[in-house]
Ligand binder design. Structure first.
Ligand code: SF4
Length: 307
């Protein structure tokens, strides 16, 4: 049973609306609401939601509520919403202390974070947060290409992405970076793949997680697509881009495509599984030329608009 969904739903418990797939069985704890940036042109997640930090006492009350129901069962916790590191370090440490005091069997606590916030936070504060028990950060890189990062208004340069990654690793965190396949559309796939590999190579994160970009209603890129100004990448283009990205990577990361949007189930450790993953992509690229049903199936993924 998924922790935290049933008993807590009946109480006044506040859930973060999004979490990584790998946190499906985690206790979900909301410490902020919305996104303090909220400007990425591809993102519709928190549009219309005013960003706020939750009151510390309210968060601690949620922890008490969860403890009554799940004290012995919680092994992993995910902290939301989109960038918990914007909290004051002392508040985040109090929340982490509350979690570890309430759930004796915690093995992992994770959170989303923005690279820019990590880059700005003093290393000593990051270390304090890590030592208080936040073990893993999930961060959206999306692309390492300078031009694309500016176009999608990610709010961080390649240099800041690299600084954030290195600093988070130095503080002790497991670092999990998301890459948005297809974010360069039909035209900019090659610079997207090369730029992303360059940044990833400089960071060597613990995890590289790929998602395939599907324009979401209520986002600027969706509107641009509707107006004919953004041309979504075809399945072939996304596969060629993924192939090039893999080819260019010189990292020791876990590579995962743990999301329904992706065209090929690529999972492996780099560099050991690099060639096998490339072989799998080549197989699907070949299949696309010969198998109409496969093409239709992969093209249909573009309509998964409630992700
Ligand atoms: S992608 Fe992340 S940082 Fe960008 S607007 Fe969405 S939630 Fe905020």
């Amino acid at each position: 049973m998924t922790i935290g969904r049933f008993g807590l739903r009946r109480r006044q418990y506040d859930f973060p609306p999004y979490r990584p797939p790998s946190e499906a069985n985690s206790l979900l704890l909301r410490v902020t609401r919305g996104c303090p940036w909220n400007r990425c042109t591809f993102c519709s997640m928190y549009k219309g939601m005013k960003f706020e930090r939750r009151d510390l006492e309210e968060v601690l009350e949620d922890i008490s509520m969860a403890r009554e129901l799940y004290s012995e069962r919680v092994r992993t916790v995910f902290i939301g919403d989109s960038n918990s590191l914007v909290l004051k370090t002392e508040d985040l440490v109090k929340i982490l202390n509350g979690l570890y005091a309430s759930f004796p069997h915690i093995e992992r606590v994770t959170s989303y974070a923005r690279a820019k916030t990590i880059a700005k936070k003093p290393l000593e504060e990051l270390k304090k947060i890590f030592e208080a028990g936040l073990n893993r950060l999930h961060v959206g890189l999306e692309t390492g290409d300078r031009e694309l990062l500016a176009e999608i208004d990610k709010g961080a340069t390649p240099e800041e992405m690299i600084e954030a990654g290195r600093k988070a690793k130095e503080a002790g965190f497991e670092y999990s970076l998301y890459v948005l396949l297809g974010i360069g559309g039909e035209e900019k796939w090659e610079q997207h793949a090369r730029g992303t590999a360059e940044v990833l190579n400089q960071i060597d994160p613990h995890f590289i997680r790929v998602r395939t970009f599907i324009p979401q209603p209520n986002s600027q890129l969706y509107e641009a697509m509707e107006e004919g100004k953004f041309h979504p990448a075809s399945p072939e283009t996304v596969l060629k881009e993924t192939r090039l990205l893999l080819k260019e990577l010189q990292v020791t990361s876990q590579f995962l495509s743990d999301h329904i949007s992706n065209l090929v189930p690529l999972h492996g450790k780099l560099p050991e599984d690099q060639e096998e993953m490339i072989r799998l992509i080549d197989e699907v690229l070949k299949g696309l030329q010969e198998d109409r049903l496969l093409r239709e199936e992969l093209e249909a993924r573009r309509h998964l608009t409630s992700l």
